[in-house]
Design a protein around this ligand. Structure first.
Ligand code: GDP
Length: 211
Protein backbone atom coordinates (compact mmCIF):
# COMPACT_ATOMS: atom_id res chain seq x y z
CA UNK A 1 0.00 0.00 0.00
CA UNK A 2 1.26 3.53 -0.80
CA UNK A 3 2.31 5.75 2.11
CA UNK A 4 -0.66 7.60 3.54
CA UNK A 5 -0.71 11.34 2.73
CA UNK A 6 -3.42 11.88 5.38
CA UNK A 7 -1.46 10.29 8.19
CA UNK A 8 -1.03 12.20 11.43
CA UNK A 9 -4.35 14.08 11.40
CA UNK A 10 -5.08 15.67 14.75
CA UNK A 11 -8.28 17.05 16.28
CA UNK A 12 -8.19 20.85 16.54
CA UNK A 13 -11.68 21.99 17.51
CA UNK A 14 -15.40 21.48 17.11
CA UNK A 15 -17.52 24.42 15.96
CA UNK A 16 -21.20 25.28 15.90
CA UNK A 17 -20.72 28.21 13.53
CA UNK A 18 -18.29 28.79 10.68
CA UNK A 19 -16.75 31.81 12.40
CA UNK A 20 -15.50 29.43 15.12
CA UNK A 21 -13.45 27.40 12.62
CA UNK A 22 -9.65 27.76 12.40
CA UNK A 23 -8.33 30.78 10.49
CA UNK A 24 -9.18 30.52 6.78
CA UNK A 25 -5.61 30.06 5.48
CA UNK A 26 -3.82 27.22 3.72
CA UNK A 27 -5.92 24.41 2.24
CA UNK A 28 -8.69 22.20 3.53
CA UNK A 29 -11.01 19.45 2.34
CA UNK A 30 -14.50 18.95 3.78
CA UNK A 31 -16.26 15.63 4.40
CA UNK A 32 -20.04 15.46 4.26
CA UNK A 33 -22.65 12.75 4.35
CA UNK A 34 -26.04 11.86 5.74
CA UNK A 35 -25.92 10.55 9.27
CA UNK A 36 -25.16 6.82 9.26
CA UNK A 37 -23.78 6.92 5.70
CA UNK A 38 -20.38 5.87 7.04
CA UNK A 39 -18.58 9.24 7.19
CA UNK A 40 -16.81 8.70 10.53
CA UNK A 41 -15.64 5.26 9.44
CA UNK A 42 -14.40 6.70 6.12
CA UNK A 43 -12.47 9.47 7.91
CA UNK A 44 -10.90 6.90 10.20
CA UNK A 45 -9.96 4.68 7.26
CA UNK A 46 -8.54 7.56 5.22
CA UNK A 47 -6.43 8.94 8.05
CA UNK A 48 -5.44 5.46 9.20
CA UNK A 49 -6.67 6.17 12.72
CA UNK A 50 -9.16 3.91 14.41
CA UNK A 51 -10.97 6.57 16.39
CA UNK A 52 -10.21 9.97 14.87
CA UNK A 53 -13.84 10.64 14.07
CA UNK A 54 -16.25 9.04 16.51
CA UNK A 55 -18.08 6.18 14.88
CA UNK A 56 -21.52 6.53 16.31
CA UNK A 57 -24.10 3.96 17.08
CA UNK A 58 -26.57 6.71 17.99
CA UNK A 59 -27.52 8.64 14.88
CA UNK A 60 -28.81 12.15 15.50
CA UNK A 61 -26.35 12.95 18.26
CA UNK A 62 -25.53 16.61 18.73
CA UNK A 63 -23.42 17.50 15.75
CA UNK A 64 -20.75 20.00 15.05
CA UNK A 65 -18.19 20.90 12.42
CA UNK A 66 -14.93 19.30 13.44
CA UNK A 67 -11.51 20.46 12.26
CA UNK A 68 -8.45 18.21 12.03
CA UNK A 69 -4.95 19.46 11.24
CA UNK A 70 -2.61 17.51 9.00
CA UNK A 71 1.11 17.68 9.69
CA UNK A 72 3.06 20.06 7.39
CA UNK A 73 3.88 18.48 4.02
CA UNK A 74 7.65 18.18 3.69
CA UNK A 75 7.99 17.32 0.01
CA UNK A 76 5.41 19.75 -1.32
CA UNK A 77 5.95 23.34 -2.33
CA UNK A 78 2.59 24.43 -0.92
CA UNK A 79 3.13 26.13 2.41
CA UNK A 80 0.55 26.80 5.07
CA UNK A 81 -1.74 24.67 7.19
CA UNK A 82 -3.73 21.77 5.73
CA UNK A 83 -6.96 20.61 7.34
CA UNK A 84 -9.78 18.14 7.05
CA UNK A 85 -13.23 19.41 8.09
CA UNK A 86 -15.93 16.96 9.18
CA UNK A 87 -19.28 18.61 8.39
CA UNK A 88 -22.43 17.64 10.29
CA UNK A 89 -24.77 15.29 8.48
CA UNK A 90 -28.44 14.63 8.96
CA UNK A 91 -31.22 12.89 7.09
CA UNK A 92 -31.24 9.41 8.60
CA UNK A 93 -32.40 10.13 12.11
CA UNK A 94 -35.05 12.61 13.09
CA UNK A 95 -33.35 15.98 13.56
CA UNK A 96 -35.51 18.95 14.59
CA UNK A 97 -36.27 21.22 11.64
CA UNK A 98 -34.66 24.22 13.38
CA UNK A 99 -31.38 22.32 13.66
CA UNK A 100 -31.56 21.16 10.04
CA UNK A 101 -32.14 24.77 8.98
CA UNK A 102 -29.18 25.89 11.08
CA UNK A 103 -26.83 23.40 9.45
CA UNK A 104 -28.23 24.00 5.97
CA UNK A 105 -27.39 27.69 6.35
CA UNK A 106 -24.00 27.12 7.96
CA UNK A 107 -22.92 24.54 5.37
CA UNK A 108 -24.11 26.74 2.51
CA UNK A 109 -22.22 29.73 3.93
CA UNK A 110 -19.15 27.58 4.59
CA UNK A 111 -19.02 26.29 1.00
CA UNK A 112 -19.54 29.78 -0.40
CA UNK A 113 -17.17 31.70 1.84
CA UNK A 114 -14.34 29.41 2.84
CA UNK A 115 -11.33 30.46 0.76
CA UNK A 116 -9.12 27.58 1.87
CA UNK A 117 -11.71 24.94 0.87
CA UNK A 118 -10.50 22.95 -2.14
CA UNK A 119 -13.16 20.28 -2.45
CA UNK A 120 -15.85 18.20 -0.78
CA UNK A 121 -15.78 14.45 -0.22
CA UNK A 122 -19.42 13.38 -0.14
CA UNK A 123 -20.02 10.02 1.49
CA UNK A 124 -23.07 7.97 0.52
CA UNK A 125 -24.11 4.47 1.46
CA UNK A 126 -23.76 2.63 -1.87
CA UNK A 127 -27.14 0.99 -1.24
CA UNK A 128 -28.93 4.33 -0.59
CA UNK A 129 -27.37 7.03 -2.79
CA UNK A 130 -28.59 10.51 -3.74
CA UNK A 131 -30.94 11.22 -0.87
CA UNK A 132 -32.15 14.79 -0.20
CA UNK A 133 -29.06 15.71 1.83
CA UNK A 134 -26.77 14.45 -0.97
CA UNK A 135 -28.65 16.38 -3.64
CA UNK A 136 -28.47 19.51 -1.49
CA UNK A 137 -24.69 19.12 -1.14
CA UNK A 138 -24.26 18.58 -4.88
CA UNK A 139 -26.43 21.62 -5.59
CA UNK A 140 -24.33 23.75 -3.24
CA UNK A 141 -21.11 22.52 -4.88
CA UNK A 142 -22.52 23.08 -8.33
CA UNK A 143 -23.59 26.61 -7.42
CA UNK A 144 -20.18 27.52 -6.01
CA UNK A 145 -18.11 25.63 -8.59
CA UNK A 146 -16.50 23.47 -5.91
CA UNK A 147 -15.09 20.06 -6.76
CA UNK A 148 -16.95 17.13 -5.23
CA UNK A 149 -15.82 13.50 -5.00
CA UNK A 150 -18.41 10.91 -4.02
CA UNK A 151 -17.41 7.88 -1.98
CA UNK A 152 -19.95 5.09 -2.44
CA UNK A 153 -19.14 3.40 0.81
CA UNK A 154 -20.12 0.07 2.39
CA UNK A 155 -19.33 -1.50 -1.02
CA UNK A 156 -18.47 -4.69 0.89
CA UNK A 157 -22.24 -5.10 1.35
CA UNK A 158 -22.71 -5.61 -2.40
CA UNK A 159 -21.26 -7.97 -4.98
CA UNK A 160 -18.55 -6.54 -7.20
CA UNK A 161 -21.04 -6.50 -10.07
CA UNK A 162 -23.71 -4.65 -8.10
CA UNK A 163 -21.13 -2.14 -6.84
CA UNK A 164 -19.97 -1.52 -10.41
CA UNK A 165 -23.53 -0.87 -11.50
CA UNK A 166 -24.10 1.55 -8.63
CA UNK A 167 -20.93 3.41 -9.62
CA UNK A 168 -22.02 3.67 -13.26
CA UNK A 169 -25.41 5.01 -12.20
CA UNK A 170 -23.79 7.56 -9.88
CA UNK A 171 -21.39 8.75 -12.59
CA UNK A 172 -24.31 9.22 -14.94
CA UNK A 173 -26.20 11.29 -12.36
CA UNK A 174 -23.13 13.41 -11.62
CA UNK A 175 -22.46 13.93 -15.32
CA UNK A 176 -26.01 15.24 -15.73
CA UNK A 177 -25.53 17.65 -12.83
CA UNK A 178 -22.08 18.87 -13.86
CA UNK A 179 -19.89 17.37 -16.59
CA UNK A 180 -16.60 18.17 -14.85
CA UNK A 181 -15.67 18.74 -11.25
CA UNK A 182 -17.75 15.85 -9.91
CA UNK A 183 -16.34 12.34 -9.60
CA UNK A 184 -17.16 9.09 -7.81
CA UNK A 185 -15.62 5.80 -6.70
CA UNK A 186 -16.57 2.73 -4.70
CA UNK A 187 -15.27 2.57 -1.16
CA UNK A 188 -15.36 0.42 1.94
CA UNK A 189 -14.06 1.25 5.38
CA UNK A 190 -14.42 -2.39 6.33
CA UNK A 191 -12.16 -3.97 3.69
CA UNK A 192 -10.43 -0.71 2.65
CA UNK A 193 -11.59 -0.87 -0.97
CA UNK A 194 -10.73 2.42 -2.69
CA UNK A 195 -8.84 3.91 0.24
CA UNK A 196 -5.68 4.71 -1.75
CA UNK A 197 -7.68 6.31 -4.57
CA UNK A 198 -9.63 8.52 -2.18
CA UNK A 199 -6.45 9.58 -0.35
CA UNK A 200 -4.93 10.62 -3.67
CA UNK A 201 -7.97 12.76 -4.53
CA UNK A 202 -7.75 14.55 -1.18
CA UNK A 203 -3.97 14.94 -1.39
CA UNK A 204 -4.20 16.43 -4.89
CA UNK A 205 -6.80 18.94 -3.74
CA UNK A 206 -4.71 19.94 -0.75
CA UNK A 207 -1.70 20.85 -2.90
CA UNK A 208 -3.73 22.80 -5.47
CA UNK A 209 -4.37 26.52 -5.36
CA UNK A 210 -8.09 27.31 -5.31
CA UNK A 211 -9.34 27.11 -8.90
P1 GDP B 1 -21.67 8.33 10.11
O1 GDP B 1 -22.91 8.58 10.94
O2 GDP B 1 -21.87 8.74 8.69
O3 GDP B 1 -20.42 8.90 10.70
O4 GDP B 1 -21.52 6.73 10.01
P2 GDP B 1 -20.58 5.72 10.80
O5 GDP B 1 -19.19 5.78 10.26
O6 GDP B 1 -20.78 5.95 12.27
O7 GDP B 1 -21.19 4.33 10.32
C1 GDP B 1 -22.55 4.00 10.49
C2 GDP B 1 -22.66 2.50 10.59
O8 GDP B 1 -22.25 1.89 9.36
C3 GDP B 1 -21.77 1.87 11.66
O9 GDP B 1 -22.47 0.78 12.24
C4 GDP B 1 -20.55 1.40 10.89
O10 GDP B 1 -19.90 0.30 11.50
C5 GDP B 1 -21.17 0.99 9.56
N1 GDP B 1 -20.21 1.16 8.44
C6 GDP B 1 -19.54 2.27 8.10
N2 GDP B 1 -18.76 2.08 7.01
C7 GDP B 1 -18.93 0.79 6.65
C8 GDP B 1 -18.38 -0.03 5.59
O11 GDP B 1 -17.59 0.40 4.74
N3 GDP B 1 -18.83 -1.32 5.53
C9 GDP B 1 -19.72 -1.83 6.41
N4 GDP B 1 -20.08 -3.12 6.26
N5 GDP B 1 -20.25 -1.10 7.43
C10 GDP B 1 -19.86 0.20 7.55
Amino acid sequence: MASNPLQGAQFVLAAHRINQLPEDTGAEVAFAGRSNAGKSSALNALTGQKSLARTSKTPGRTQQMVAFNLPPARDEAEAGPRRLIDLPGYGYAKVPEALRAHWREEIDAYLKQRTSLRGVVLIMDIRHPLKDFDRMMLDFCEATGLACHVLLTKADKLSRNQAGQALQAMRKSLQALRPDGFSAQVFSSSDLTGVDTAREVVRNWLVQPRG
